[in-house]
Design a protein around this ligand. Structure first.
Ligand SMILES: O=C(O)/C=C/C(=O)CC(=O)CC(=O)O
Ligand SMILES: [Ca+2]
Ligand SMILES: [Mg+2]
Length: 401
């Protein structure tokens, strides 16, 4: 049965997608599901006390925590609402056109971790930052490298990003403090944890879909000059903690069943806790697009990522660290092997040496004040067409003060 909602078919947000978000149409925060160019107030059409309860909060937090059986029930409620003609009269009164609502950060971000799971990105950055060493560090093929980021600076798509100030040092000069001269974007995909795990109990790769609720798009804004000076030996700190943007829509794993593909062949034997080859693979065929001021500058393929979501979860918890509802696990910059598949300006501009042309006749090595960065993605959907992951966008403001 097709959706009766006008414009849903072919929009990327049809009844085979139904991502979750939180919106405000003037009466406070509500949990919603996107269909076409509208958002359905899902709590308003809940048909069981359990669903009414988990959807009542104006945040996805209770739904995330409730686990797979409740996720399936909520998805089937949403699906029925937008496809069953008998529901139309009731449901229509709870549909809001997107232009009439404000989209909010949909869940409370617990811990934010950023991985480094693209071999192509890691190789390119290694060459630029560590020209005298092997581009891929010796551990890279043995474990998914990552760092713990700053959950408190995660913002929803549309939030302006102020150019950060920080300490930098030009080669041979004394350190100085001021606005970054090398503001960059990083196109990433983030896994959103629903069900937590107890401290001391590693989560096996095979339990991925029992813990992870869904995925969203993420821009890990990065100040390359601050990062390059501060990161040794402990890794990224202030160069990446000033803002991280996430898309407003979280696509449930169930909607990505047709996007599952085998990850690239592994070139090194993995330790058993990282084995992710039992059952269907969790590589994901998401086709990303990065735009700067409306010009497409790159098309990064998520299917090229070396490490999968199950491996990120298994590695993150292998020491007994716990998962919490709302944990945001970012993949790391999504870059493919080709020059026009890189997910950062650092790579696209060859470390600032080769300006990237934009459609208005200007060009960029790194971002200028006023620039608008938008990351989108599509994926094969279970309905046979393609679904569109909710975009993440942000405009660069001049350094504050
Ligand atoms: O190789 C480095 O020193 C750091 C590279 C990054 O900027 C990577 C990072 O944030 C992880 C990623 O997005 O892949
Ligand atoms: Ca990153
Ligand atoms: Mg359909």
């Amino acid at each position: 049965m097709a959706s009766w909602v006008p414009g849903a078919a072919g929009s990327g947000f049809d009844d085979d997608h139904l991502p979750y978000g939180v919106f405000d149409a003037g009466a406070g925060r509500r949990v919603g599901v996107r269909i076409g160019s509208s958002v359905l107030d899902l709590a308003a059409v809940a048909d069981t006390p359990e669903l009414a309860g988990v959807l009542a909060a104006g945040s996805l937090d209770p739904l995330l925590a409730a686990g797979p059986a409740t996720w399936a029930a909520a998805r089937s409620l949403a699906h029925r609402a937008v496809t069953d003609p008998d529901c139309r009269t009731l449901v229509e009164s709870h549909l809001h056109p997107l232009e009439s609502v404000r989209l909010l950060l949909p869940f409370t971000v617990a811990d934010y971790v950023d991985f480094y799971a693209s071999q192509w990105h890691a190789t390119a950055v290694g060459r630029m930052f560590r020209p005298d060493a092997d581009p891929l560090p010796p551990n890279w093929k043995h474990l998914p490298i990552g760092y713990h980021g700053r959950a408190g600076s995660v913002v929803v798509s549309g939030t302006p990003v102020s150019r950060p100030r920080g300490q930098t040092r030009l080669p041979g000069a004394a350190p100085t403090f001021g606005p970054t001269q090398r503001l960059d974007l990083e196109a990433e995909v983030a896994f959103v944890v629903g069900v937590g795990s107890p401290l001391g109990s590693p989560v096996p790769a095979g339990a991925f879909a029992r813990h992870v609720f869904g995925v969203g798009l993420l821009n890990d804004w990065s100040a390359r000059d601050i990062q390059a000076w501060e990161y040794r030996p402990l890794g990224p700190m202030l160069g990446k903690s000033f803002a991280t943007s996430v898309g407003p829509w979280i696509t449930p794993l169930a909607a990505l069943a047709a996007a599952r593909v085998a990850p690239p062949p592994r070139t090194h034997r993995l330790l058993p806790y990282l084995a992710d080859d039992a059952g269907l693979p969790w590589g994901l065929d998401l086709a990303l697009t990065v735009e700067v001021n409306g010009t497409v500058v790159s098309r990064p393929p998520f299917a090229a990522m070396y490490w999968t979501g199950p491996q990120l979860i298994a590695h993150l918890t292998s020491n007994g660290a716990r998962l919490r509802t709302g944990d945001l696990l970012a993949s790391g910059t999504v870059s493919g092997p080709a020059a026009d598949q890189a997910g950062s300006l650092l790579e696209l501009s060859a470390n600032g040496t080769r300006p990237v042309p934009l459609g208005d006749g200007t060009s960029r090595t790194f971002l200028a004040d006023g620039d608008v960065v938008t990351i989108t993605a599509t994926a094969p959907s279970t309905g046979g067409g393609r679904l569109t992951l909710g975009e993440v966008t942000g405009a660069v403001r001049p350094a504050a003060g």
